[in-house]
Design a protein. Structure first.
Length: 450
């Protein structure tokens, strides 16, 4: 608390210096008189309001609390992903992945000021309790979540393994609030799962991009190549909330032998980055279909966009989430920090992912899960978040509610796999497999004609 007060006191002191600086008419060379006067008036208005509140508010209130609230409001006014992190919240963001903490296994975002589920993670307490995409979290342990930040919600939903938590949900089409009781578990996501769908046709599901994701995908491809070879591959990125940018680049690189994968563009030179593919270790020959939906976000959108732009894969499903912005953590001296949106992601052809998402080559809803999955995720996208930045400009955890743990006693939460030889259970996957087999037939016919 003392460190937080020191940081706020520093902010107040800085504010006074700025006011004095501007009032004295001194200004750096590149700031014009109009900008100086406007800044002075706005800062003066802030100090006037601060004084009025302190004098007239019904209860005595500390300056530190008022200024901290002003900082929080300033960051929240920018976009849904920028935030002021108090020392406690910053510490939560830096949770050591080797530590043991309990979680629920859900991806959440803010929509119209209400905590909203993007998707529950498979085989976690939230998934087993029947939580669904687009569920609104109205209360956490009886406390209303209105105007609660994402990080504050994360902190409340974390806790020791085995402890209980009560969530109150509002679900579209249900006339009453739903009370859900969950028991926290150590959440460890198994990032990659693979399986053979049919002779020569592989299936890889990425639940989230973690430190070992590219290695695990590469290992599966290598095993198939050593055995019977690969006739075609389905890469399932549905309800993948993203993760590490470096892993998204490496996974894309596995299927591309050259060219741009993704680039970022912001106002500063260090926010302009380009990532390229390399020939070594690539698998560029077999046909691919990528499955996406409204829960496909951030890093997974980078992979889908890169392979689509290079015409390396067909993208099948529904429009992705549209989280195409880059957040940078800027630590402050008092152990607090700013989480600030500093750039946008662009696909190799220059398409902005932000608030637009990746449009599939073949639009197809998963009919079997339409009511509980596709229809719900379709309304929870970056574009629907109040204050989102748009995709314009040339020079992106759904916030992660529960970061991964790597505790020894954690149970793997594995992404779901289709049953071999069973059709009809997953229409999107069935159609993807049909496309891959047709691809081979047409290629054979064309080769004979040549």
């Amino acid at each position: 608390m003392a460190s937080s007060r020191r940081g706020v006191t520093f902010f107040v002191a800085l504010l006074v210096v700025l006011l004095t600086f501007l009032a004295g008419g001194r200004v750096v060379e590149h700031v014009g008189a109009v900008g100086r006067d406007a800044a002075y008036e706005e800062l003066q208005a802030f100090t006037n309001i601060l004084a009025i509140v302190q004098k007239n508010y019904v209860e005595e209130i500390e300056t530190e609390q008022l200024v901290e609230g002003a900082i929080t409001g300033m960051l929240m006014s920018l976009d849904p992903h920028s935030a002021y992190l108090t020392p406690d919240l910053y510490k939560e963001l830096q949770v050591d992945t080797k530590g043991s903490f309990g979680g629920l296994g859900i991806e959440i975002t803010l929509r119209d000021g209400v905590l909203t589920v993007v998707s529950p993670i498979e085989d976690t307490p939230a998934h087993r309790a029947g939580m669904q995409a687009a569920d609104q979290i109205i209360k956490i342990d009886g406390e209303f979540t209105k105007d609660m930040s994402l990080l504050e919600a994360v902190k409340k939903m974390r806790g020791k393994k085995g402890t209980k938590i009560e969530l109150t949900l509002r679900r579209e089409g249900v006339g009453r609030l739903l009370d859900v009781s969950l028991v926290r578990e150590v959440i460890k996501i198994r990032s990659v799962k693979s399986k053979t769908l049919d002779d020569g046709y592989g299936y890889i599901r990425i639940a989230q991009f973690q430190e070992r994701t590219a290695n695990d995908v590469g290992r599966a491809l290598e095993e198939w190549t050593r055995s019977d070879g690969i006739e075609g591959l389905v890469l399932d990125l549905r309800n993948d909330p993203g993760g590490l940018l470096t892993q998204a680049v490496k996974v894309s690189d596995l299927f591309l032998d050259s060219g741009l994968i993704v680039y970022t563009d912001g106002r500063l030179d260090n926010q302009k980055q380009k990532y390229f593919a390399h020939r070594t270790g690539s698998y560029p020959d077999f046909p691919m279909v990528i499955l996406v939906n409204g829960g496909t976000a951030s890093a997974s959108e980078i992979v889908a966009g890169a392979l689509q732009d290079h015409k390396r894969a067909l993208v099948l499903g529904t429009t992705t989430f549209g989280k195409g912005s880059v957040q940078t953590i800027l630590p402050l001296d008092d152990r607090s920090a700013l989480r600030l949106t500093t750039a946008r992601y662009y696909t190799p052809s220059g398409r902005s992912i932000q608030a637009k998402g990746i449009e599939p080559d073949i639009v197809m809803e998963n009919v079997r899960m339409a009511r509980v999955d596709e229809d719900r995720t379709s309304g929870v996208r970056e574009l629907n978040l109040p204050g989102h930045i748009d995709g314009r400009g040339r020079g992106s955890e759904p916030a992660r509610a529960e970061p991964d743990a790597d505790a020894d006693d954690a149970e793997d939460a594995e992404p779901g796999l289709p049953e071999q030889g069973v059709l009809g259970g997953d229409p999107q996957l069935d159609h993807a497999l049909e496309l891959l087999k047709s691809w081979r037939v047409f290629s054979t016919v064309l080769a004979k004609r040549e």
